[in-house]
Design a protein around this ligand. Structure first.
Ligand code: WQD
Length: 352
């Protein structure tokens, strides 16, 4: 295997990183942070759940000509052409996957073939081209219903609650079996917010399933009212608790994971959250407070599949991911999410 020092760093002399799903919500923010940190990110995205104009926004934000290939990660022939054309990648960050829990329940085969197929393709190309590092986008959903909080990486897994969760848990197992070294698995909690510039953010397809985009679409008038799913949970105010992490903090965790592999090659798993849980009601109240908006809210029945409370113990990431820790507050994330929703209403997506 080539040593990193022998890696061809491309004409920009920046270490080249392949970012699959790099036009997506977390992928796009990570691509910007990679560039800002001195890497040369190269995007592969089939735009099944992202927009091509996002790549233009990334180039604008980084004043760069970051390259993007419209390729499906399950298409190994065309993926191999990207690897051949680009020369040696220093590492791969693999985001490309379908990620809707409810859709996965309706279309399990689609999720298994796409999410596992794409990962297997990337794993094989990693080996074929001797690429040392792989960062895998996993999810706290693998914990299922959590008994002890905050949840640590050693907690028992229970992803069977959805095919989406199973693809993440199975993906982790494949990586742990295949790579004793050179792979880091990041279990995301609840990514929210948007880039402070207002140029990047979440683009939910259709009706948002997640809380924060539903809040901002209600605030902008695209939705009549926010439904709060369940007020009878065994929590301080009866609503579910989650660990909401700003998407830029989450993006930066990927850089720390690449840095971690420089000092310790051992394959490992890290929770990436803030370590603090907030209830749905607290998120709604905070959004209204920081943005000076009153939301129309309907208190509704529980949503099937929701767990009562889950938030991260991030001690391991704070200690071993080069002292990475989440820095943005919930206030920041909800202000940035609102700024982004306003930009969308102004037609930023039509600009490109
Ligand atoms: C959070 C809380 C809802 C919408 C999911 C996936 C997880 C990850 C993040 C991919 C819950 C409540 C929501 C609404 C509400 N995705 N809610 N009204 O379910 O914790 O996690 O997204 O990796 O894998 O499972 O996030 O934002 O959907 O819900 O009351 O309109 O907000 O009931 O308590 P969740 P969420």
């Amino acid at each position: 295997m080539k040593k990193k020092s022998d890696m061809k760093k491309g004409n920009s002399n920046r270490p080249k990183i392949l970012v699959t799903g790099g036009a997506g919500f977390i992928g796009s923010h990570t691509t910007v942070e990679l560039w800002n940190a001195g890497y040369e990110p190269v995007i592969v995205d089939n735009f099944s759940n992202s927009k091509k104009w996002v790549v233009i926004s990334i180039r604008e934000l980084t004043s760069s000509g970051i390259r993007c290939y419209d390729v499906d990660c399950c298409d190994q022939t065309n993926m191999r052409k990207v690897f051949e054309k680009e020369g040696q990648f220093y590492g791969i960050i693999h985001f490309a996957a379908y990620k809707s829990v409810s859709e996965s329940v309706d279309q399990p085969e689609l999720y298994y073939s796409n999410n596992i197929g794409a990962l297997k393709c990337i794993m094989e190309l990693k080996e074929e081209f001797g690429i040392p590092d792989l960062i895998f986008s996993s999810s706290a959903t693998v914990y299922g219903d959590v008994k002890n909080l905050p949840v640590t990486e050693n907690a028992p897994l229970g992803a069977a609650s959805s095919p989406y969760g199973v693809t993440k848990q199975l993906g982790e197992e494949l990586l742990l079996d295949a790579f004793e070294t050179g792979a880091i698995i990041l279990r995301y909690f609840n990514p929210i917010g948007a880039h402070p510039s207002g140029l990047l953010g979440e683009l939910p397809a259709g009706t948002p399933q997640n809380l924060v985009p539903f809040i901002t679409q209600t605030a902008i008038g695209k939705r009549k009212a926010l439904k709060v799913f369940g007020t009878d949970y065994n929590t301080s105010d009866g609503t579910c608790i989650r660990d909401y992490i700003h998407v830029v903090d989450l993006a930066r965790a990927h850089l720390s994971a690449l840095g971690r592999l420089l000092v310790d090659r051992k394959t490992d798993i890290f929770n990436v959250g803030t370590g603090r849980g907030y209830s749905v009601k607290e998120v709604v109240e905070t959004f209204q407070k920081v943005n000076g908006i009153t939301l129309p809210v309907i208190y509704d029945a529980r949503r099937e599949g929701d767990v009562e409370a889950v938030y991260a113990d991030c001690t391991k990431a704070n200690q071993l991911l080069l002292n990475w820790r989440a820095e943005y507050s919930l206030d920041d994330a909800l202000m940035h999410a609102w700024k982004w929703e306003i930009r969308l209403a102004e037609g930023i997506d039509l600009a490109a």
